[in-house]
Design a protein around this ligand. Structure first.
Ligand code: G3P
Ligand code: MG
Length: 249
């Protein structure tokens, strides 16, 4: 059931899809999220050697495919020979690294919402941000309130903000630093996405007092989720979003 506002808090976001149940950052992981009635999914975007935004968390394809090497050494077509599912379970054999365009088409058709995390490699911040935003505008023209573009790279987010004045931006925070909220303000961020391992109640209060939503990653333990909900967290990323969602009700 769609809440009256997509961003009504707390939101529970399938981390890399429903990646506890299906190979991360693949269409199967998003189908699983949809089947679990999870509305929000997060995924990671990188550029191929021919500048196609695709979904991958790591800098190499070693861990999540049957291939080896840096993502930057492969064109999109070359990547399509690799199996991105078998490493997770035999049932997912034949899964491919999807393009961002394919994934956005699927999400839009299925009325899902997305946190799109841009990962820059080898100083390609401007390229990856520009190509990603081009694809979002082309394949999801009504993205407003359905998409949050995030990154741990401040350089990436500065480009995103220059390109689009309205898009919701989420600043990734792995370690808390005193200037984090100043940075978030400078790019007119919507949210800060904080590593739950370092997250303290006061950080939530600081950020919310300045008007930012606070989302915690990656929350798979129910007790931690309950504590964060007590601290008025606005959202959580989880590999098992179906286990966390009932705690919000
Ligand atoms: O976007 C939130 C979360 O995905 C950040 O961590 O390393 O899983 O991309 P990571
Ligand atoms: Mg991510």
């Amino acid at each position: 059931m769609l809440s009256k506002n997509n961003l009504e808090t707390p939101i529970i976001i399938g981390h890399r899809g429903a990646s506890g149940y299906a190979p991360e950052n693949t269409l199967s992981a998003f189908e699983k999220a949809r089947n679990l009635d999870i509305k929000w999914v997060e995924f990671d975007v990188v550029l191929t050697s021919d500048f196609i935004p695709v979904l991958l968390h790591d800098t190499t394809i070693d861990r999540t495919t049957n291939g080896l090497g840096s993502i930057l050494q492969y064109s999109f077509d070359q990547l399509q020979v690799f199996d991105a599912g078998s490493w997770f379970a035999p049932a997912f054999k034949g899964e491919r690294i999807p393009s961002l365009a394919t994934v956005l088409t699927f999400l839009r058709k299925n009325n899902l919402f997305a946190v799109i995390e841009i990962k820059a490699l080898k100083n390609n911040e401007k390229q990856v941000a520009t190509k990603t935003m081009e694809i979002i505008e082309k394949y999801w023209p009504d993205y407003q309130d359905k998409v949050i573009v995030s990154s741990f790279s401040y350089a990436v987010l500065k480009v995103v903000r220059q390109l689009l004045k309205e898009v919701k931006i989420g600043l990734g925070v792995e370690k808390w630093q005193p200037n984090i909220l100043d940075q978030a303000q400078q790019i007119n961020a919507y949210s800060v996405h904080i590593n739950q391992q370092i997250l303290k109640q006061k950080y939530i209060h600081f950020a919310q007092a300045k008007g930012f939503k606070v989302y915690a990653y990656t929350v798979n333990e129910k007790n931690r989720a309950r504590q964060l909900l007590n601290w008025q967290i606005d959202g959580m990323f989880s590999d098992y979003p179906d286990k966390i969602l009932p705690l919000c009700k």
